[in-house]
Design a protein around this ligand. Structure first.
Ligand code: Z57
Length: 839
């Protein structure tokens, strides 16, 4: 593959090297050229989608130039690279981000205008790259943005799903899933048909001895599937650094075997093999925080780990360094346990293929990997059945058993008195069938393990990894509180606010150092500033109101209090608590005199989020929200006092409209269940206050913004276990107001009561695991406080300005600096200076 042009011809290359557009005139040149040649269209048949394609291709050209230069520069810098392994990258749209990071959005706006198009409409043409479920996937996307912005040499590795997260349609109040075939036109990816890896599954193990008497293990006779690399450029903000996101696509390997089949007339069988191979990267599993143990998912995991590791090792081997240098060149971050097979895979490469001894290989592995845990929910902790792993990955199972043996011997030596310890910490759970506990394997194979918010990082040390803190010592466990990229979540989503901030802070430096926001506190009493800040919030609410009208046909008054809960639908996130609260409000409004109703604070309750297709309770919650919406919005007595909206198909690009428009957003998980949450940060950064439990990053948000500027309620995580016990032994304590809500649902106020009985019964008859009954009263009281507080618009405004000023901590740039220093031990690479002639 490597070939370079000889010195005498290089001058010609430099002379003709691709040039970047810099003026709107040059931009228009590029757009029209792409539309006329790449797309074979003309001014007579170009619509907005064509203009989008032309614009994207023009920006792509610019990105590619900087991408190539970055990669060359990072290779010659010869520093440690970071590899972020994630099964999910919830990127959203790329064009706006590219324009912003390249710094040419105004140039493009002018150019598009001259060509007869509006920038906003063009941006709107792009489909989301939705290769993720929720928080975990979006975190990976924010981290890529920060890694590039901070000039870290870093690659993301993932799967190129043909279908991303499904599109949600609401039909008669029910969620329906529609496939998301997003690849019809994707200008951002570059197929690398020359970068492939053959990945093996199934097969047999053969042990043999070489002439010198050394033992070897060979894994043979398996099925081979080929991984093809697809690369996408990740531009940093305010830097030329453009990193790489490499996604693997599966296809049939065309070895001799297939041709034999083909020639012997087994044409159908050959095609069937092709389809089977392509199935591996066909679809993103749509479960968030749930492990379903499906074989195809295990295949996806191994396929992706094997291809990525092969690629990383291949790159390392080019440097001709000693294996002991591997951890000085490579840091691999495991985003949850999904890529944990990378641990036995690297051992297999080092021992079976490269011939290293166990001890040396193991030491390299531990220094290379680190693992981020994102949940303590038992149903989300991955376990794979031993027979399944045995069949699919026989050599890896042996290696896992070897790791376990070494580990348990170590534990036995160090904790001889604690006999139960061995079965508690064994990677193999002695169940029927036996199971491989992936989180334990990830902990044992890594040098650092982190949680994603302080409370969560403390919880993992005292619950799921308690024994491992004793075994490895507390220093192995650390915290990196999550963050978000202020480029997308403030500058892009809320440009007017970004502009206002820049006007006070003397420019956009704050987008690279979010702590500079603190200077905004100097303006809380500045009349003009306050006015503009308030106007911006109103304009954002108006924009959302228009969208609600257009998308859902519901008219909402932008002067109402906008109360928003958008996130995956899950019982632990408690959208049911929210909707019960809404029903309670509705019942109270119904009982009021018209005069009192007029005095009540008008509110719009907005919901959005997808339920996993097989998660019936979550789907029931969506159905109830839609039924309540139907009844309340059509009740003539109620009018503007209350509106309920379920926004269809919540995704990243819709979040960019929704997030800037909240007065209040809800982050109300049962204490101890939400590892961090990241939308809480997005809403507050955009001048929305929050109602929340003492859970995840809400706690640190409270520390930063001050207790007076957040609405906390509910039981604390240390009391959850006792409350669950109390439910079991002494029954529930259901507040009369909640009982009323249940009664009305059971009486059919929101349609056929049978539809909702499982939901209500999960609380009244089945233990109320998520403590809805325990927290309902303080939830409703806190909502009352919010109504009161909102009436004092001046004080409310002061709070919203104050919280924005205090959100500097929650930039994902801060996260990346912490990972780099505490976990990866990496340094940035200075980006190359811009060449004069584009060469
Ligand atoms: C996911 O989105 C998260 C955790 C998981 O175990 C899986 Br699987 C998917 C989320 C957490 O629920 C959030 O609390 C957290 O903010 C996010 O990961 C990013 O860390």
């Amino acid at each position: 593959v490597e070939a370079s042009v000889p010195e005498p011809q290089r001058e010609a290359w430099r002379k003709h090297s691709a040039r970047e557009f810099n003026t709107s005139d040059q931009f228009e040149d590029a757009v029209v050229r792409h539309i006329e040649t790449t797309l074979a269209r003309s001014l007579y048949n170009v619509d907005e989608s064509g203009a989008y394609a032309g614009t994207a291709l023009a920006f792509r050209d610019r990105l590619v130039i900087e991408w190539n230069r970055t990669q060359q520069n990072q290779t010659s810098a010869d520093q440690k690279r970071v590899y972020y392994l994630s099964l999910e990258f919830l990127m959203g749209r790329a064009l706006d981000n590219a324009m912003l990071n390249v710094g040419m959005k105004d140039v493009a706006r002018k150019g598009l205008d001259e060509l007869g198009f509006r920038m906003e409409d063009i941006i709107d043409q792009e489909r989301d790259a939705a290769l993720g479920n929720g928080g975990l996937g979006r975190l990976a996307a924010c981290f890529l943005d920060s890694l590039a912005t901070l000039n870290y040499p870093a690659w993301g590795y993932g799967l190129r799903y043909r279908y991303g997260i499904f599109r949600q349609e609401i039909v008669n109040g029910y969620q329906m899933e529609v496939p998301d075939y997003w690849l019809e036109f994707n200008p951002w990816e570059f197929p690398r048909h020359d970068v492939t890896v053959d990945v093996q599954f199934y097969g047999t193990i053969r042990k043999y001895m070489d002439d010198s008497g050394k033992q070897h293990t060979a894994w043979e006779n398996g099925e081979i599937v080929t991984a093809v690399a697809y690369d996408a450029p990740i531009p940093g903000y305010g830097t030329t650094t453009t990193n790489n996101l490499r996604l693997w696509s599966s296809k049939a390997s065309h070895g001799e075997f297939d041709f034999t089949k083909f020639n012997s007339g087994e044409y159908e069988a050959s095609v069937a093999d092709t389809q089977r191979a392509e199935t591996i990267s066909a679809v993103l599993y749509p479960n968030d925080s749930l492990d379903r143990g499906k074989e195809l998912r295990l295949k996806q995991q191994y396929f992706w780990c094997a291809a990525s590791l092969f690629d990383i090792v291949r790159r390392f081997k080019k440097s001709k360094k000693a294996w002991s240098d591997f951890p000085n060149q490579v840091a691999i971050q495991l985003n949850d346990t999904h890529p944990t097979l990378a641990i036995p895979e690297l051992l297999r490469i080092l021992i079976d293929i490269e011939g290293l001894e166990w001890d040396e290989a193991w030491s390299i592995v531990q220094k290379t990997f680190s693992y981020t845990n994102h949940t303590v929910l038992p149903e989300a902790l991955e376990k794979w059945s031993v027979p399944l792993v045995q069949n699919l990955l026989p050599r890896h199972l042996q290696i896992i058993y070897d790791i376990n043996l070494q580990f348990l011997q170590f534990v036995e030596r160090n904790f001889p008195k604690d006999r139960d310890m061995l079965s508690r910490v064994s990677i193999i759970e002695e169940s029927q069938p036996k199971m491989v506990r992936m989180a334990y394997l990830a902990v044992i194979g890594s040098h650092k393990v982190n949680g994603v918010a302080e409370l969560h990082s403390d919880l993992i040390k005292t619950t799921i990894f308690k024994d491992f803190v004793k075994i490895h010592g507390p220093d192995k466990f650390t915290n990196v509180t999550n963050g978000i990229t202020p480029r997308r979540w403030l500058h892009q989503a809320n440009f007017r606010l970004s502009e206002l901030i820049a006007s006070k802070l003397g420019g956009y430096d704050y987008l690279n150092d979010l702590t500079l926001l603190h200077k905004l506190e100097n303006y809380v009493d500045d009349k003009d500033f306050r006015k503009e800040f308030q106007d911006i919030k109103y304009a954002n609410k108006l924009r959302l109101a228009r969208y609600i009208k257009e998308a859902q046909g519901i008219t909402v008054n932008p002067a109402s209090l906008f109360d928003i809960q958008v996130k995956r639908i899950h019982e632990y996130k408690r959208q049911q608590l929210n909707i019960f609260g809404v029903i309670h409000r509705y019942l109270e409004l119904k009982e009021m005199s018209p005069a009192d109703r007029k005095k009540a604070q008008p509110r719009v309750s907005i919901f959005g989020g997808k339920a996993a297709p097989g998660y019936w309770m979550a789907k029931t919650i969506i159905h109830l929200i839609n039924q309540v919406s139907e009844v309340v919005n059509n009740d003539k007595d109620i009018g503007d006092a209350l509106k309920v909206v379920f926004l269809e198909d919540y995704n990243v690009s819709k979040a960019e409209i929704i997030v800037p428009a909240s007065d209040i957003s809800e982050h109300i998980s049962t204490a101890g269940t939400e590892a961090s949450g990241t939308s809480n940060m997005k809403f507050v950064l955009n001048g929305g206050l929050i109602i929340g439990t003492c859970d995840g990053a809400n706690i640190e948000i409270t520390r930063e913004v001050g207790e007076d500027n957040i609405f906390l309620f509910g039981n604390l995580s240390e009391d959850v276990e006792d409350l669950r016990h109390a439910h079991y032994y002494s029954g529930l304590n259901i507040d009369p107001s909640l009982q009323r809500v249940f009664d009305e649902i059971r009486n059919g106020m929101f349609g056929d009561a049978g539809q909702f009985s499982s939901l209500v019964n999960s609380i009244t008859d089945h233990g109320d695991y998520y403590l809805v009954s325990d927290d309902f009263k303080s939830y409703v009281e806190t909502q009352k406080l919010i109504d009161e507080a909102y009436k004092n618009q001046e004080e409310w405004l002061t709070k919203t300005i104050t919280v924005v000023a205090r959100m500097g901590f929650f930039s994902s740039d801060r996260c990346i600096e912490e990972y780099a220093q505490e976990i990866w031990n990496t340094e940035p690479v200075v980006p190359p200076a811009k060449p004069q002639n584009g060469a």
